[in-house]
Design a protein around this ligand. Structure first.
Ligand SMILES: [Zn+2]
Length: 286
């Protein structure tokens, strides 16, 4: 079993309990990045986004620190809600959020259904990443993956954002080749039953190697597992990779990618035992 430190570069902790934080710490997770995303029900105003962004910058890092885990986030208008005119004013408010210390990239951005509104939001947010000298977390669509990636790569080239500052996420065997040729970082989300699993990930690592590869659990409010990063580390050792290669994929690569923001603070995780705006991870008066 691997003893590597683990940095989960894409996990939605807002949807998880403190039991998950405890289990992740036990499995070796010491740092994570939480991208802002779609919460499963349409938001009806930009203010819902601002409260959410504030929680990714305040309450969630506080909660993670109680369990010895450094928490950072990426902020954006997500691809799905880029289609809702009630939500698009978020694009105008993003610049002031991108100045904050806990923000290590613009994301998740990319395509959901490849609509004209998504084109506008993607191009605008890639420009924001460029202006703020931040990396970008670009989600590739779950449906129609090859066409979605081709169009994403066109928009990336037009943006002028250097490929080494972009991670293309949710890749699989069909999109690996084109993504690797682009010079971008390669993100793989490991899910319990469907899509990418640890064995498929091992086959990809055998062919591609460990360079520029990020492995994440993408755990959220759906069926998902926040320990999938650890499972990949264990599967790598079982398949003959050594501890250094495991640590490159699970720790050094995400540190290098998000470190480009200049804002990673990996010592942030010291349980303060204090309160966050008068509240603790214990409920109410407990
Ligand atoms: Zn996600």
């Amino acid at each position: 079993m691997t003893s590597s430190r683990i940095f989960d570069p894409h996990i939605h902790m807002t949807s998880r309990t403190t039991d998950d934080y405890a289990a992740m710490y036990e499995a070796g997770v010491r740092a994570l990045v939480e991208p802002s995303f779609w919460l499963g029900q349409p938001r009806t105003s930009p203010a819902s986004f601002y409260d959410y962004f504030d929680s990714l910058l305040g309450w969630e890092p506080y909660r993670a620190a109680q369990y010895g885990i450094a928490h950072h986030c990426t902020l954006a208008l997500n691809p799905k809600e880029a289609n809702d005119p009630r939500c698009t004013p978020v694009l105008d408010a993003l610049p002031r959020y991108l100045l904050k210390d806990g923000v290590v990239a613009v994301g998740e951005i990319g395509y959901d259904s490849m609509t004209p509104a998504e084109d506008v939001a993607l191009a605008a947010q890639l420009q924001l990443a460029r202006e703020h000298e931040l990396p970008a977390l670009v989600h590739t669509p779950h449906r129609d993956k090859a066409a979605g990636l081709a169009r994403t790569l066109d928009v990336l080239r037009e943006s002028g954002l250097p490929p080494e500052r972009v991670v293309l996420d949710h890749l699989n065997e069909t999109t690996l080749g084109a993504a690797a040729d682009s010079g971008c970082w390669l993100g793989f989300s490991i899910y319990p039953d469907t899509k990418m699993d640890p064995d498929r990930m091992i086959r990809i690592l055998r062919v591609h190697g460990t360079e520029r590869v990020l492995v994440n659990s993408a755990a959220d409010w759906g069926h998902s597992d926040p320990l999938k990063t650890r499972h990949v580390g264990d599967a790598m050792l079982a398949a003959g990779f050594d501890e250094e290669e495991v640590e490159q994929v699970l720790w050094h690569n995400p540190v290098a990618f998000y470190g480009q923001s200049g804002r990673l603070d990996l010592d942030a995780a010291s349980p303060s035992g204090g309160l966050f705006e008068g509240n603790s991870v214990l409920r109410g008066g407990e």
